[in-house]
Design a protein around this ligand. Structure first.
Ligand code: AMP
Ligand code: GLY
Length: 442
């Protein structure tokens, strides 16, 4: 099968590898020359990911049957709608359905309208003065979110990034003045608990889960520093997380299923990968956000575990005949750590040279995915974003973590940084204790 992919990051390298392993011929549209994708695809073109007209032309020229969309930006400009008009089936939602990610107001209002569990107290504002009046009388700690897309960097939390209500107000003012994320602001109650990611395959109706993953958004070891796109992530051999029960997982799945059903009732059925970012609180899982795509890094935890053919799963999504029996994952643990340029999260350095001994990484049993790097004459250089991910896959998190670290030794360069604490016993234990403490307080 000929398949178009869009995107040139680590998530997309994992997608392309899974498609090629499944026997697909891949045509890749990406904005940087990701060496991993370039090497295994049939053809690639350097195209801006939001240039949906040129991407559609490429897809038609190549005669692809289906398309798998990596990032959210092309969804927001209507790439899926454009490809569908050409008869190309998409693993990715229409522009209207992608609002589950692209409009935080749409997402919260949908959950409220359909009385979906896991929603939080929230208010949305189009006007600074209205927001100000609300703040004056508000005694809850807040999370402040621009309504539209901000590349994961727009959310600020009172008590963490914002000291008090005065700082909350200044940030809201800045959002309106600079039009950060477009068109307004959502204020929600601040949640306390442990975050987890639940990704699913969705064909408009059926929702099939992937193993749970925990990402690490903070830039530095010990969960401090600025928020990033994600520094690394782990999953366990039983597909749950060490601080979660099967009942917590079932509740999160119920939220996902009800959301997909509500989207259908709204006349914008959801098709593609659905990513739920949850906070496990003492009152069960609460939705922090939905994304209309796989996670990055989380895609690199789950796709290498697939026992089923990924191309068949994508075809079933496009044909609207997905079922649980078509999807099976290995019972193994994974640990993924990103190599990033120094300063990532604040002032990243670009153009740094990185040396990679891919064969040596493979010999360790680990997998390597290229992200936002460029390759020119065999020389790999960083951009300002995450560079290379190494994933350890083994029977337990401890073994997967050790394998990941052995793999990372073969990725070298000046001024690069890795959060080595990800997947280590101490950090996981800290999360277990955190949940225990919260639960004992009720
Ligand atoms: P988002 O871009 O919505 O994923 O938010 C980025 C990060 O902000 C999340 O990963 C959480 O760590 C944090 N966050 C978002 N919403 C809330 C909330 N309501 N309460 C506490 N933390 C939140
Ligand atoms: N790892 C977070 C995300 O993909 O949104």
């Amino acid at each position: 099968m000929k398949v178009l992919t869009v995107g040139g990051g680590g998530r997309e390298h994992a997608i392309v590898r899974a498609l090629v392993d499944g026997g697909a011929e891949v045509y890749a549209a990406m904005s940087n020359r990701n060496p991993g994708i370039a090497r295994i695809c049939k053809e690639f073109r350097l195209i801006k990911e939001i240039d949906f007209e040129t991407i559609t032309e490429f897809a038609v020229d190549a005669g692809v049957e289906i398309a798998v969309i990596g990032p959210e930006a092309p969804l927001d400009v209507g790439l899926v709608d454009a490809l569908s008009r050409q008869g190309i089936g998409c693993v990715g939602p229409s522009k209207a359905a992608a609002r589950i990610e692209t409009s935080k107001r749409f997402m919260r209002t949908l959950m409220k309208k359909y009385d979906i569990p896991g929603n939080v107290y929230f208010e949305t504002f189009n006007d600074f003065e209205d927001a100000k009046r609300f703040i004056v009388n508000c005694d809850k700690y807040l999370a402040v979110k621009p309504i539209g897309l901000t590349g994961g960097k727009g959310v600020k939390i009172e008590g963490e990034h914002l000291k008090d209500k005065n700082e909350v107000l200044s940030y809201i003012k800045e959002i309106f003045e600079k039009r950060i994320g477009g068109i307004g602001v959502v204020l929600e109650e601040r949640l306390e608990g442990e975050e987890f990611t639940l990704q699913s395959f969705v064909d408009g109706k059926t929702v099939v889960p992937m193993p749970l993953v925990q990402d690490h958004k903070r830039a530095y070891e010990g969960d401090v520093g600025p928020n990033t796109g994600g520094m690394g992530s782990y999953s366990t051999e039983d597909h749950l997380l060490p601080f979660m029960t099967a009942e917590d997982f079932d509740k999160a799945m119920e939220i996902m299923r009800k959301t997909v059903s509500a989207m259908r009732d709204e006349g914008c059925p959801y098709v593609g990968f659905l990513y739920g970012q949850f906070m496990l609180t003492v009152d069960g899982p609460k939705v922090i956000e939905f994304n209309a795509r796989l996670g990055d890094p989380e895609a690199m935890n789950v796709l290498p575990l697939l026992k089923s053919n990924f191309v068949d799963i994508c075809a079933a999504i496009v044909d609207r005949n997905l079922s649980q029996s078509k999807v099976a994952f290995e019972n193994k643990a994974t640990v993924c750590k990103y190599v990033v340029p120094d300063g990532y999260g604040t002032k990243p350095k670009s153009g740094l040279k990185i040396s990679v001994d891919e064969e040596a990484v493979k010999r360790e049993g680990a997998q390597l995915f290229y992200a936002s790097v460029n390759e020119d004459n065999g020389i790999i250089t960083t951009t300002t974003s995450r560079a290379i991910a190494v994933v350890g896959i083994d029977g337990t998190v401890e073994k997967a973590e050790a394998q990941c670290e052995r793999g990372l030794k073969h990725v070298t360069g000046e001024a690069i940084y890795v959060r080595h604490d990800i997947g280590k016993k101490e950090l996981i234990q800290k999360r277990i204790e955190h949940m225990k403490k919260l639960r004992s307080q009720t």
